[in-house]
Design a protein around this ligand. Sequence first.
Ligand code: UD1
Ligand code: CA
Length: 456
Amino acid sequence: MTSRSCLSVVLAAGEGTRMKSALPKVLHKIAGLPLVCHVVKAVQATGESDVALVVGRGADAVRGAVEKITANVSSYEQVERLGTAHAVLAAREAIARGYDDVLIVFGDTPLIEAQALEQARARLGEGADVVVMGFRPENPHGYGRLIEENGKLVAIVEEKEANDEQKAIGFCNGGLMAVRGNHLLALLDAVDNNNAKGEYYLTDIVKLAHDKGLHVVGVEVPVDNVIGINNRLELAEAEGIWQNRKRQAMMIDGVTLLAPESVYFAHDTVIEPDVIIEPNVFFGEKVSIKTGAVIHAFSHLEGAQIGADAQVGPYARLRPGADLSAKAKVGNFCEVKNAKIGEGAKVNHLSYIGDATVGASANIGAGTITCNYDGFNKFQTEIGENSFIGSNSSLVAPVRIGDNAYVASGSVIVENVPDNALALGRARQTVKEGRASILREKYAALKAQIKASREA
Ligand code: UD1
Ligand code: CA
């Protein structure tokens, strides 16, 4: 972290045609968060930063997504796409406010890590004027090459302008830069478009700065930090890299993953140490899990809070508002939505508990359903502490089952059950001695009759 003031210019004006999508490219998601928001989160992790968002297609939607994660954002429309330097200049007004550091990042390069940006900003702090984030890809084809002389960066040559000697250079431009704020506008204004693509190249500021006697350096960042996304294949690859980073961080922080490659986290998943996660578990947004809990295989969780030592699954579905207290259990083929499950309460088999509260130590029998919806409105079910709901009961909301109450199996409960009461909501059983063999004879005769009539 540094105390230098910072503006982050986020270029997000690309068309994104290769995504073949109605959605602007930078709003496609990794781990449930739009690409452009990953970038903004990374810059903010280096210290406080204002954000200047350069938008094109889907401007309002892109701005809206970024505003959800930061208030310090101003956006600028790049009407014509005339190159990366032209795009940065769209944010002229923001840059002119005067910042110590300006970070230039791409909205479609979501895997940039705070550490790489910090490294670049640290070089500005030490006196560099322009810092380029370089990397060494397996195949440098298509990237700008960093031309160094005596440890100084003197120019970036784009693939289309490079000669054979320059094409042999493996140190490439990742695209992202950190620039001392007081130099940036003058450098950008000096860029022209006399090149193979007829574009205003941001990369040209390197040679311009060097010729002015400014201090220009390239820092090497890991290859995966500068992966750009152009199509859905690259989107899936980036998701994979992000998930691997998260799995590793989780394990290092004390979470046991039995089959890490089969567990999918969201950008905001919070898990305490000594939680065990079995194979094939998916986390949507807003899940937190307290220590000692076990998430059994094939469970799907979103918007759920899991208390200490709770047990979930196998095959559980926790939807938004599921709130499991300590030692609660939600077992196989159970769905919980907008419901608090009290301490030590058990919902173990084949249930739907929605818009409900379940008291501590209650036992919800197999197949219990809260009937929370009449097709128009949703209603609450309250289940008291230490109560026992017999298997295959339907609790028709709004309804309250008292503390220590007992509901007989197969009941349809439509009226409140007082504390400590037994409720039976089902037809009484009748038994007719000897009637089974009479029935059998009757049905066998009927079958023979039908067969005979078919053959006739
Ligand atoms: C750029 C670099 C290249 C580097 C590569 C890394 C330049 C001239 N070249 O090339 O040296 O190796 O990134 O991936 O900078 N954008 C706009 N408006 C524009 C043009 C671009 O918003 O007018 C945005 C794009 O949406 C994208 C980013 O800027 O997010 C980079 O532009 P792109 O055209 O992909 O640059 P490259 O040719 O890949
Ligand atoms: Ca690119």
